[in-house]
Design a binder for this molecule. Structure first.
Ligand code: PLP
Length: 387
């Protein structure tokens, strides 16, 4: 059974069929598809998705994944030696590497603040970040939903404060589209990249980058291709396909398969047609109930109060696991359970994702498996408690 939608989730059949139709059309008529029609086709998902994200269609571009979107931003920012990139100790490893690469190339410095756990207060979270801001801070980089800890960071006040101080906010929203409501214009964020291939349930290889209109001129593509024009940085310049340079330079890059991006409208229709807000509410209830059962089982406290827990993804501390890779493999072999198990800081963590295809009996089996494999039935819970 599959309890790891957070890493790579399933795509609903009608959305996947739409994906395959796009791919068939591309292979049947590649010249028309990639040569004549692509720019217009890329626009339709932008129109549908931007409305869902609370912004205009000219403020997002379709990409392959959030790592790409965040790399575009990180490598576009004009950073100087000594500039500071403020971030937290909950960030995703690939993006930690991105910023380390940027810091090495520019001489900027990464300042990592430790977010106090359990996360129970927006004010405390914001104060922790503000305490890390200095005259040299140029970038605030935060996950909106964190990967190792599955927390929803209350990012809005820190973004507002960053804006006041002239600090660029760069948000990693890999887990947010289709998982929590988003309204970029209200949020006032500068740069935000998110995946459609997680909780919006498109096929893999579908993501977007949002950039506030005033900052789009700062963005440079990682790959120079057909969309680029020599005068793209001139005021009022158009891109090679008649959109803004931001859109044309990022979307029109060499020969590639855009089918996953083109399924975004179908994924949004699927949510609407199946009352997905209701499905998600049921998933959230099941996730919270499972978390409570795991807490009762292990005697270990949660990493946050419920309001900061990702609705459909819960990272639960469990008693220390020496070899989490082996533990995860054995859970799969013995019980057929696919779930992430890892050590993060001084916690061993099991991260449970709950999507529309998961069920209460699956959670029962998870509890049974963990009870067995962590030998939790055998000693009183109190003896295992910590902080
Ligand atoms: C917080 C976070 N950021 C970024 C990513 C990277 O996503 P992708 O591989 O789709 O770029 C992930 C992947 O799980 C993630 O959890």
């Amino acid at each position: 059974m599959f309890l790891n939608h957070g890493s790579f989730g399933a795509c609903p059949r009608p959305v996947f069929e739409t994906y395959q139709r796009w791919q068939l059309e591309l292979e049947r008529q590649p010249v028309a598809f990639l040569g004549r029609d692509l720019s217009e086709r890329m626009r339709q998902p932008r129109i549908a998705l931007s409305a869902f994200l609370g912004t205009g269609p000219d403020n997002i571009v379709g990409l392959v994944n959030a790592t790409e979107g965040l790399n575009i931003v990180a490598q576009s920012l004009d950073l100087q030696p000594g500039d500071e990139i403020l971030t937290t100790d909950h960030e995703y490893s690939a993006l930690e590497k991105t910023w380390a690469y940027v810091a090495r190339r520019t001489g900027a410095k990464i300042v990592t603040v430790k977010v106090p756990l359990p996360l129970v207060s927006e004010a405390e979270f914001t104060a922790t970040l503000l305490a890390g801001m200095t005259e040299r801070t140029k970038v605030l980089f935060l996950s909106h939903i964190t990967s190792p800890t599955a927390l929803v960071f209350p990012i809005e006040p820190a973004i507002a404060e960053a804006r006041k101080r002239g600090i660029w906010s760069v948000i990693d929203g890999a887990h947010t589209p289709g998982h929590i409501p988003l309204d970029f214009d209200a949020m006032g964020v500068d740069f935000y990249s998110g995946n459609c291939h997680k909780w919006l349930m498109t096929p893999k290889g579908s993501a977007f980058l949002f950039v506030r209109p005033e900052l789009q001129g700062m963005i440079n593509p990682l790959v120079i291709s057909h969309g680029w024009t020599a005068d793209s940085k001139q005021p009022g310049a158009k891109g090679a396909f008649g959109n803004s340079p931001f859109i044309d330079e990022l979307e029109m890059q060499g020969t590639r398969d855009p089918a996953a991006w083109l399924t975004v409208p179908a994924a949004l229709d699927f949510r609407r047609d199946h009352g997905w807000d209701g499905v998600a509410a049921d998933c959230r209830a099941l996730a919270q109930e499972t978390a409570a059962r795991l807490r009762a089982l292990t005697g270990l406290s949660a990493l946050s109060s419920p309001e900061f827990c990702a609705p459909q993804m819960v990272a639960m501390p469990v008693p220390h696991i020496e070899d989490p890779v082996d533990f995860q493999k054995r859970l799969n072999e013995r019980y057929g359970i696919e779930i992430p198990v890892f050590n993060w800081q001084d916690h061993s963590i099991v991260r449970v994702s709950v999507q529309g295809y998961n069920s209460k009996p699956q959670m029962d089996l998870l509890i049974e498996a963990l009870t067995d494999m962590l030998a939790l039935g055998q000693q009183p819970a109190k003896a295992r408690q910590h902080g």
